[in-house]
Design a protein around this ligand. Structure first.
Ligand code: MN
Length: 230
């Protein structure tokens, strides 16, 4: 756990760290930042928990492959594909909204997995709180009814893709089924919670039982992180 948190904090507090340093340390920090920005403009989010923290809902092996290989490949592809294009220095969300083809597929998947992997936690589960809880109750009747509808959307999505909870500019919630790399951003909506229904996300642990996998995922949701997106 500790090295992971340190990495996160380094990213957030990179600037204050440089300012408070002096001499060669400060120089090295700047050089390292420059080096990173050139080599990997688009980076996947740091995993905010250990790779076995989500067991038994998602196994360590699945996290290692899904985050370590699949997510990594999307990020590397995106950097390679955008090099020398108008998207080279764009924000990830802008690339998702304005690109198509292979760039869109990889940008969408980097963003989708950034949201996905930061929606879970070791002590997750339970129910949302605050404004998101109120909006869910108001629009779906209850949290249980919302979960049923969300799971049903995930089960009925044919092939690979994502089921999303999204909000519009007025805070109205909706459940969307998106194929492949789809994200609610392209419909002008803000993604709140996304379940990955690509087989790579569950096949090692659940084989063909996608419905069972989706039911289990609610036990590891970090509602503080998800609620902050509403
Ligand atoms: Mn995936």
């Amino acid at each position: 756990m500790k090295p992971v948190h340190y990495y996160l904090l380094t990213g957030i507090f990179a600037l204050p760290a440089i300012i408070s340093c002096n001499g060669s340390n400060a120089k090295n920090s700047v050089n390292n930042n420059l080096k990173n920005s050139v080599n990997m403009k688009f980076e996947k989010v740091a995993l905010p928990y250990a790779t076995d923290a989500l067991e038994p809902v998602i196994s360590r092996q699945t996290v290692e492959l899904h985050y370590g290989k699949h997510h990594q490949a999307y990020a590397e592809n995106l950097n390679r594909l955008t090099a020398g294009t108008k998207f080279e220095n764009a924000e990830l969300e802008t690339v998702v909204k304005e690109s198509d083809g292979a760039i869109f597929n990889n940008a969408g998947q980097v963003l989708n997995h950034n949201l996905y992997f930061t929606s879970f936690g070791k002590n997750g589960g339970g129910e949302p709180k605050g404004k998101l809880a109120d909006a869910i109750r108001e629009q779906f009747g209850s949290f249980e009814k919302f979960k049923e509808e969300f799971n049903a959307a995930g089960v009925s999505l044919f092939g690979s893709g994502w089921v999303w909870l999204a909000k519009d500019k007025d805070g109205k919630l909706s459940i969307l089924k998106e194929g492949n790399a789809g994200n609610p951003l392209t419909s002008g909506l803000t993604p709140i919670l996304g379940f990955d229904v690509w087989e790579h996300s569950y096949y090692l642990d659940y084989q063909n039982r996608r419905a069972d996998h989706l039911k289990e995922l609610w036990k590891i949701i970090d509602w503080e992180a998800v609620g902050a997106r509403y």
